[in-house]
Design a protein around this ligand. Structure first.
Ligand SMILES: Nc1ncnc2c1ncn2[C@@H]1O[C@H](COP(=O)(O)OP(=O)(O)O)[C@@H](O)[C@H]1O
Ligand SMILES: [Mg+2]
Length: 232
């Protein structure tokens, strides 16, 4: 049974609605009254067909986009009441992202890519790179430190993207189809890494995935269906 600290809620979304403007100007409703909460150390999957609004929801939860209605809290911070610069600062500390496409910066090597969020949050280059090297070692890629993204395999790039997402020890890790471009072996290696780091840093992990074998490893599973989030 979860103890009190494990059941601490690190993200709460209440009654989210999201509508885009379609080409003919008509509102295009994507999410209706979606609520979710994530507990510390929890592992949650969101499934749903292509176009069902999974990325839209993840972007709202990470404050990369705003809902039309509804509230989102990271810990006790109601992000709708914060300025965009306050959100950016808080996001850098609280939320890690991993995307289907690694989004590593081509002009930086593996170590520098991992170190970047720590430098943005105020560590010196030396301190940030020491932390980054510890993570590189943990993900088994210490001998790829000076490789640029184009010199790495798809699986290695995603492992580095995970390390970059974790360097500031976020309380929330949002992963949008992180294994979408990987073969089965690399998908499962990446999932093991996400689960290991989730436990190590006691964060809440939310994975969007098409892959039932990945969703089945998660404690809580949801599906986005007809604009609603349903626990399955
Ligand atoms: N910026 C946008 N403007 C208008 N429509 C969008 C925008 N982003 C996504 N959509 C539409 O919203 C729906 C859900 O998209 P998305 O969240 O990317 O789905 P999923 O990640 O589940 O495949 C799709 O029909 C998509 O075309
Ligand atoms: Mg998507």
């Amino acid at each position: 049974m979860a103890n009190a600290s494990e059941s601490e809620i690190v993200l709460t979304a209440n009654g989210l609605w999201k509508t885009y403007a379609s080409q003919n100007g008509e509102p295009l409703s994507i999410l209706e009254n979606v609520s979710i909460s994530l507990h510390k150390t929890s592992v949650t999957a969101i499934m749903g067909s292509s176009g069902s609004g999974k990325s839209t929801l993840l972007h709202l939860l990470g404050a990369l986009d705003k809902p039309n209605q509804g509230t989102i809290q990271w810990d006790t911070h109601d992000i709708s009441s914060l300025s965009s610069s306050a959100i950016s600062r808080l996001r850098n500390q609280h939320v890690g992202f991993v995307f289907q496409f690694h989004h590593l910066l081509a002009e930086f090597n593996a170590l520098e890519n991992i170190a970047l969020p720590a430098m943005i949050s105020g560590l010196s280059k030396k301190e940030a790179e020491e932390e980054a090297y510890t993570l590189l070692t943990r993900i088994g890629l210490q001998n790829r430190s000076s490789h640029r993204p184009t010199q790495l395999s798809g699986g290695e790039r995603q492992r580095i993207a995970v390390a970059r997402a974790m360097i500031n020890k976020p309380k929330i890790l949002l992963a949008d189809e992180p294994t979408g471009n990987l073969d089965e072996i690399n998908s499962h290696r990446l999932l093991e890494l996400l689960l290991e780091l989730d436990q190590l840093h006691s964060c809440a992990l939310l994975i969007v995935t098409h892959d039932a074998s990945i969703a089945n490893r998660c404690e809580v599973k949801y599906e986005l269906r007809e604009k609603k989030l349903i626990q399955v």
